[in-house]
Design a protein around this ligand. Structure first.
Ligand SMILES: C[S@@+](CC[C@H](N)C(=O)[O-])C[C@H]1O[C@@H](n2cnc3c(N)ncnc32)[C@H](O)[C@@H]1O
Length: 297
């Protein structure tokens, strides 16, 4: 495994009389920021993940850099050789699998090119395939000589039989012009569940994060909609469960965990101020969700 160095000692950003005590092994680095529900570590995920206890995490959500040559900051190389990128992914995936409870869920967000390879690796490591969720991209650009890329892939695996799977329903689709229902459901409309239809494995209702109400002025790119995390968290966890996200970014996962009463552990190699401010100030609004969730919370 690549050994990474933890670069930051870490003083909590704000005084927190009752911080979450994450289940980390002795010698673990100090979090840079804590709340009553979560702990954030600033540093390379490979310097922190090995300290996360064995089989303590209920859900892993990972949205790594896609190796597309983007600029994240000075510490991230998003332009690696293909074999190097895959080897690096396998390193952090191994640690995440180790920390996952039996029955826990693993969600991995990436472009299809990498998720084909990484999904095969998750299976090789004994995880159970649940779904390849296609998340429609609203404003992608056509690529000459290729099909127009219109989705990102969200892999959903579990460690054995999932211990938590809560049904989510989405509203019956209506036409935004006339308000009428779009499908006739083969004549079975009357027998349908009044809470909506089962969540599909194509999510074409995820809004892009464009408006400043939802987006930090300090971080303009690479921020997921809370709607994705809202679904991930509700599908696979109950209140009080623990979610691990090695690639914190702007803190979308932690924000959703805070709002829904889940514990969280996060790492982020670049500046973590954006995340701390987001969780402290509560000024960035979550996207609206009209999902119906089994058992409410
Ligand atoms: C695609 S973004 C994640 C965005 C996040 N899901 C959100 O909604 O805000 C990937 C993040 O991983 C961070 N990152 C890259 N390499 C890392 C590493 N080795 N350890 C920890 N974080 C890393 C980058 O700085 C970037 O913020």
């Amino acid at each position: 495994m690549n050994q990474a160095k933890f670069e930051f000692g870490g003083v909590p950003h704000r005084s927190n009389p009752n911080p979450f005590q994450p289940p980390l092994k002795a010698g673990a680095p100090t979090p840079i920021y804590t709340t009553q529900l979560g702990a954030l570590y600033q540093g390379d995920c490979l310097a922190v993940l090995p300290y996360v206890g064995d089989e303590v995490v209920d859900t892993v959500f990972a949205d790594p850099p896609f190796n597309l040559g983007k600029t994240y900051g000075i510490k991230v190389n998003d332009n690696r050789e293909e074999t190097e990128y895959v080897a690096w992914c396998k390193d952090w995936i191994d640690e995440c699998i180790r920390s996952l409870k039996p029955g826990g869920s693993f969600f991995l967000y990436n472009v299809p090119k990498w998720n084909v390879v990484l999904g095969a690796y998750l299976m090789e490591r004994g995880l159970t395939f649940r779904h390849w969720i296609a998340i429609s991209i609203k404003f992608s650009l056509p690529i000459s000589g290729r099909l127009y890329p219109a989705h990102y892939s969200l892999l959903y695996y579990s460690k054995g039989k999932p211990k938590t799977f809560r049904a989510i329903r989405t509203p019956i689709q209506t036409c935004r012009h006339c308000g009428g229902e779009v499908k006739d459901y083969g004549g079975h409309r009357g027998a349908m569940n009044r809470n909506g239809v089962n969540l599909m494995d194509v999510w074409d209702d995820v809004p892009p994060v464009r408006h400043w109400k939802f987006k930090s002025k300090k971080r303009r790119t690479n921020r997921l909609s809370t709607k994705i995390l809202h679904r991930v968290v509700h599908l696979s966890t109950n209140k009080g469960d623990l979610v691990l996200d090695p690639f914190g970014g702007s803190g979308t996962t932690f924000d959703v965990c805070e709002r829904t009463g889940r514990h969280w552990i996060g790492t982020e190699v670049e500046n973590c101020d954006v995340i701390a401010e987001r969780l402290d100030d509560d000024h960035l609004l979550p996207h609206e969700s009209s999902d119906w969730i089994d058992n409410g919370v």
